[in-house]
Design a protein around this ligand. Structure first.
Ligand SMILES: [Zn+2]
Length: 345
């Protein structure tokens, strides 16, 4: 298993990033990847802190999230002889840092500016242009520096999406258990329990999270980090991604750009929980409290798109056994399922 060596979560911790990284013996040359807005906001304190701690760094703006961009950053890493990469951002910059550092066999540091999914700490990266809609295996970050003050300024729907991604561990773990029984697939109790713990934290603290307090944001950030760590321990995304993620990936195909990853996973969790015989009402209630979409029209999707995605989901990742193999949803049974749990009217 590969795990991060340092995880720092707290107010203004980004201004101490140099000190935080000093003991890791990463070498002195870093390339920092981000978008233009993030650079404008944080480059001052980050550059100062890194320089004070003896690092030399250059800032690089990342382009579109695709393989060409990963290749470009990989070559840049070689030509600049960088010792490590720092990805600062929501998803794209961290994914590109993760994949380019994996290609270059150097470590990377994750500095999330929002809490929208568990990719901030997981070994899995996702860019467009893959031959499949799900993530590929790379390496987890060597360090995570999560500044809750910075994250609290991100749009609210990103935090809400992170909660949807976390609640989805409820059905992901059930799918993994089911596969263990039905196919004999290895099941890691420790990583499964760690992933479930992340989901349960969101269930328990939903009220605090909905109040958008600093404390609530810390809960979500820490839960996302431990969920990514659970995947690192399992050596696969199994504890974090099951049938509900297949539904989300299917929605990416059926209705691209409608809803965020975690929003679609949350909605998928309600429906897959019903198939698993779990208390889907409790999951739905929690998502509602947090402000996470529970109905198709809240993400601008039609009933037809939801039904299509439910039917398509099973064919997306056939090697991954889930409840969808047993349910074998048809258009009629998919419609009934979405209707029964209130996702479509
Ligand atoms: Zn996810």
């Amino acid at each position: 298993m590969e795990l991060p060596r340092i995880v720092v979560v707290g107010k203004e911790v980004i201004g101490k990033i140099g000190e935080t990284l000093q003991d890791l013996e990463l070498g002195t040359r870093a390339i920092i990847l981000s978008g233009p807005n993030v650079r404008d906001i944080v480059s001052g304190p980050v550059n100062n802190s890194l320089k004070e701690s003896g690092f030399s760094c250059s800032w690089e703006l990342v382009g579109p999230s695709n393989f060409e961009e990963v290749e470009r950053v990989t070559s840049l890493t070689k030509s600049k002889q960088a010792n490590f990469l720092i990805g600062v951002g929501g998803g794209k910059s961290i994914d590109i840092a993760k994949l380019a550092s994996f290609n270059s066999k150097i470590p990377f540091v994750s500095v999330p500016t929002s809490a929208s999914h568990d990719g901030i700490s997981s070994p899995f990266g996702s860019v467009k242009g893959l031959d499949r809609p799900y993530s590929i295996v790379a390496k987890p970050p060597i360090a995570i520096v999560a500044d809750t003050n910075l994250i609290s300024k991100a749009p609210h729907n990103l935090l809400v999406s992170g909660c949807g991604d976390l609640i989805s561990k409820k059905t992901a773990v059930k799918d993994w258990e089911l596969s263990h029984i039905k196919t004999g697939e290895y099941f890691g109790r420790y990583s499964a329990n760690l992933a479930l713990l992340s989901a349960n934290m969101i269930m328990e603290d939903a009220g605090m999270i909905s109040a958008i307090s600093e404390e609530g944001i810390s809960v979500v950030v820490e839960a996302l980090i431990s969920s990514g760590v659970a995947a690192g321990i399992a050596g696969s995304s199994r504890p974090c991604s099951g049938s509900e993620h297949l539904f989300s990936h299917a929605m990416d195909i059926v209705a691209p750009s409608k809803g965020l990853h975690g929003e679609k996973c949350g909605m998928g969790t309600i429906m897959m929980a019903k198939l698993h015989g779990l208390d889907y009402g409790e999951i739905r209630k929690t998502l509602k409290i947090i402000g996470c979409p529970v109905r198709a029209n809240q993400i601008g999707a039609s009933s037809e798109e939801i039904v299509k995605a439910l039917v398509l989901a099973r064919s997306i990742r056939r090697e991954r056994y889930t409840i969808l193999e047993e349910a074998r949803l048809t258009e009629d049974s998919a419609r009934k399922l979405a209707l029964d749990v209130g996702v479509i009217p």
